[in-house]
Ligand binder design. Structure first.
Ligand code: TPW
Ligand code: MG
Length: 544
């Protein structure tokens, strides 16, 4: 029989995990020993637990599977809370494996190191930011508990919490089973699909809007097929940016309300039917909408339920719904042709001259670079770098567009590189780099070589655009490029468009070490998208 540690590791692997991210501590040392000795899953240790959570989150997003964060009790686990909260908000299935005291310690009558309020405070905190939890304190129930929690992570696409008391690691247990997915109730699914097909069939200008769950459940290709078959254009939300980049024939861009491409905004807001697939109804996706949803002609599928008009079908997995819609439209007559707006235009053709840099120049240079060398998967932090990403042609993107927590970018890029073996491009502001950019120092030992663009405006610029009078937004210049070599990478500071273009080409050619390009941007110069977002928000506030 396996031990609990090996059964847990094999169970994680059987449920789709392909690596672990973590930082050991005395409450998980025995488990980390088994991790290293068995090599059932490769383990990437990082330098600070927020990065562990962000890396596991990004790995889950890019793989459309689970990501795993292993942390010690108390100090480690509480450090990863913010990253897990962001994963919950953005529906990313991160599995938190947290160490904990053993039975004898709990009964010692002493307050334990790393303990906060009570020994169970850690469990109480994670119960708020995970969809399912298990404490592995009974060898008989542990395998079934692990299976239940891992199925919850995959079915809900939400984080889960597994508490591993350190005296249980070597206990013999049965192997962890893989429970069958809970299928949709067939009649409900058929009724729902029929109602949606009829609603779309009555419409003359329907639109499909896609968001995170279309990636989380791996149904991008199925959605593209449905759109083609019905002749319905697809747009992404802000959060869904990067989806369906393999389907440019049906994708029309990203909906940003009054901050976005006017043709895309008109397409969505003039639609007489909306099919919202995996869409988070949040402010960053819809705060700038100039029109409210008309729920009589709107369908929303998210979190295993489907709202059609003013009634809801519970417990219908989105992947089953899309499959049922495809079944119902198989062999349908060719859709009525529609004149659609051209795919939203992205800036190209950077003039490589001595003019100072603006964020939109970075987007233009990257669109040119991707045309020459092929697209790179991107990870972006929050800040103007994320608004700039909206001007970069549709390539895969992991970014905290809704939860909007800083510090995600660099660790997420490391997570993508570790999980996919691809070379990511990381976009990060100077303020966010100050938080977690130093994790680049871990690239050397894992042979990772991301390209990192630091938008250095020596400013918390996103705060300044809303409160320009505050001096605390003025940051000093940390000269990140000069620090890169000591972290094991290559750093270069660029201030003009010509320098940027050259640095990007050299970075693409440089392999085996990370390349940090520190783009110096004058304070107060923002991307076009952020400028439109800010003016849109201000006029929306004036209208209230
Ligand atoms: C963990 C956390 N703490 C504070 C904040 C609040 C914030 C939102 S945007 C911002 C400034 C970001 O500065 P940066 O230089 O990275 O980018 P840019 O604006 O383009 O100059 C702050 C402090 C958030 N969102 N998350
Ligand atoms: Mg900044």
């Amino acid at each position: 029989m396996p031990t609990l540690a090996t059964a847990l590791l094999q169970g994680l692997k059987d449920h789709g995990a392909r690596e672990l991210f973590g930082i050991p501590g005395d409450f998980v040392l025995p488990f980390f020993k088994i991790v290293e000795e068995t090599a059932i899953l490769p383990c990437f240790t990082l330098s600070h637990e927020p990065a562990v959570g962000f890396a596991a989150d990004a790995a889950a997003r890019y793989r459309s599977g689970i990501g795993v964060a292993v942390v010690t009790y108390g100090a480690g686990a509480f450090n990863v809370v913010n990253a897990v909260a962001g994963a919950y908000a953005e529906r990313s299935p991160v599995v938190v494996v947290a160490g904990a005291p053993g039975a004898r310690e709990r009964a010692s009558g002493l307050l334990l190191h790393h303990q906060a309020r009570s020994v169970d405070t850690q469990f109480a905190v994670f119960r708020e930011i995970t969809c399912d939890q298990a404490v592995l304190d009974d060898p008989v129930t542990a395998p079934g508990e692990i299976a239940r929690v891992l199925r919850s992570a995959r079915e809900r696409s939400l984080p889960v919490y597994i508490e591993l008391p350190r005296d249980m690691v070597d206990v013999e247990v049965a192997p962890v089973p893989v429970l069958p997915p809970r299928a949709a109730e067939p009649d409900a699914l058929a009724e729902c699909a029929a109602e949606i097909v009829a609603l779309l069939g009555r419409a003359t200008s329907p639109v499909i809007v896609v968001d995170v769950e279309v990636r989380r459940y791996g149904i991008e290709a199925a959605v593209a097929t449905l759109a083609r078959r019905l002749g319905i254009p697809v747009v992404t939300t802000f959060m869904g940016r990067g989806l369906l980049q393999q389907a440019p024939d049906v994708l029309r861009g990203t909906y940003l309300g009054s901050a976005g491409d006017p043709a895309v905004t008109r397409l969505v807001e003039d639609a007489d039917a909306l099919l919202l697939l995996g869409v988070i109804l949040c402010d960053t996706n819809f705060a700038l909408s100039e029109k409210r949803f008309d729920w009589r002609h709107t369908v929303l599928a998210i979190d295993r339920s489907v709202r059609v008009g003013h009634h809801v079908y519970p417990d219908l997995p989105i992947e089953d719904l899309v499959a049922a819609l495809l079944d119902r439209t198989e062999g349908d007559a060719a859709p009525k042709p529609r004149t659609l707006p051209p795919f939203e235009a992205y800036p190209r053709g950077l003039v490589a001259d001595d003019r100072p840099l603006a964020p939109t120049d970075i987007a233009t240079a990257l669109n040119d670079l991707f045309d020459r060398h092929g697209p790179m998967p991107m990870a972006s932090d929050i800040g103007d770098c994320l608004f700039t990403a909206m001007e970069i042609d549709n390539t895969a993107l992991a970014a905290p567009g809704y939860y909007a927590g800083m510090g995600f970018g660099v660790p997420a890029g490391i997570g993508v590189a570790a999980a996919t073996g691809t070379r990511p491009l990381i976009l990060v502001g100077d303020g966010a780099f100050q938080m977690t950019g130093w994790e680049l120092g871990n690239c050397r030992r894992y042979g990772l070589d991301p390209i990192v663009i630091v938008f250095n405006n020596a400013s918390w610029e996103m705060l300044r655009v809303f409160q320009p009078e505050s001096k605390f937004n003025d940051l000093s210049d940390w000269n990140f490029a000069a620090a890169a070599p000591s972290l094991g990478g290559h750093g270069e500071r660029v201030s003009t468009r010509k320098e940027l273009a050259a640095a990007l080409e050299q970075a693409v050619a440089r392999r085996g070490v990370f390349s940090l390009i520190e783009a110096m941007i004058p304070r107060g110069v923002t991307s076009r998208t952020l400028a439109r977002f800010v003016s849109g928000l201000k006029s929306a506030r004036d209208r209230q």
